[in-house]
Design a protein around this ligand. Sequence first.
Ligand SMILES: [Fe+2]
Ligand SMILES: [Fe+2]
Length: 419
Amino acid sequence: MQYVPVYIDDLPEVDPFPFVLFSTMNGRFFPMLDHGQALDMAKRLQLKQNDQIWAYLAPEDFSGYLRLLYGQNTQDRHISRLRYLHDYFFPVEGVSLRVGTLFPCHLFTLNDQLEPSLILASHLRALSNQIEPELQEIYPLWIHRNDITAYEGYLHQCWSATANEKELNLEGGILLRMNACRVTYDLFRNEEVPQAVEAAKKVVQRLCLAILHNPHNYYSLLKVSDLWFNTFIHSVNVAVLSMGVGLELALDPATLQLLGLGGLLHDIGNIYLDPNLLLSSTRFNEETRKQFQGHVTHGEAFCQRYPEIPEEVTHIVAQHHERYDGSGYSQGLRGIDLDPLGQIVGLMEIYDALTNRQPFRRAYSPFQAYGHIINMGKAIQQNLLRTAIIATGKQNRYLQSAKQVTTTALTPLPQLPTL
Ligand SMILES: [Fe+2]
Ligand SMILES: [Fe+2]
């Protein structure tokens, strides 16, 4: 039987706790909290003895546990599982694991029921079968959100072992991308926003430096988000893609960073939408589309609330769904009334969405994606489209010669302006 791991601190306060909680020792499971017992502070502390921070549920109790967390509103089994992952777990990249190294946190994969299942307990050495490419593609790897700092330390350690501060190699690229995902994750959790915005600015500055130094790094900073609901991976991709287009347009470093921050924040308004709407795998109807479109005005209001966010970035967020012919939302602006940076982010967001898997369709190749975008006709400014094709075309050429692209010494660059 495959028990489902739950972090003890995540367990909700309910008395009595309606499920049996199991603990594990030497691969065997035994009950640590009986059905109907109170899960009070004393019991919690007792459960956490010997550094046991994970408990386990019988698989048949997992759906009930999710109902306990989210109430009865989420009837859809698939959505409640996605919400659980989204709220409590953070995706990690299989390629970041080094065979034979000690991994500092519990590592999970998803079974076909979208339940987290443990594949590597913390402080065990990673084996090659835990990081098989097929496994990564089908069921990406996850850690608990409380372990993000430990994972970051691990990446840093792997990176330090192979590079010095002046190099951005494969590990450095992963670390930088992970930092960017992490700050975006923090932004989307809507906690301590001013600090998260400052952290985002720093990360964007580093992304910008890496791309300016060597445009090949453009590719290595992108990530395919196999599970479509990873809004923050999408945000990082859009940031990097937009900066790549900005580089092709020879924009100055300060403007590139505005594009980067705009990319990270473009969908921040999603945090005010009903999560069930975002995680639903059905196409929108008229009503749900209207609700979804609200993310733009929510996002604009979010940006206006924080003086740390530059005004140019607020414009990007407010206009990333406007279209050149006026067919976009939320104001229906057109032509020269449009913010050029908002148009770049808007185009790259379409490109990233098309080239990643969505709940109702597979991922398109870059070629097919541009076919769709070209079919949008006058909605997209043609000069901008040409530039984007050139910029991402270069990126895709690098993609073919993958692995080697990132190993370049970073010569010191002049200090970049701070946003
Ligand atoms: Fe959006
Ligand atoms: Fe988006």
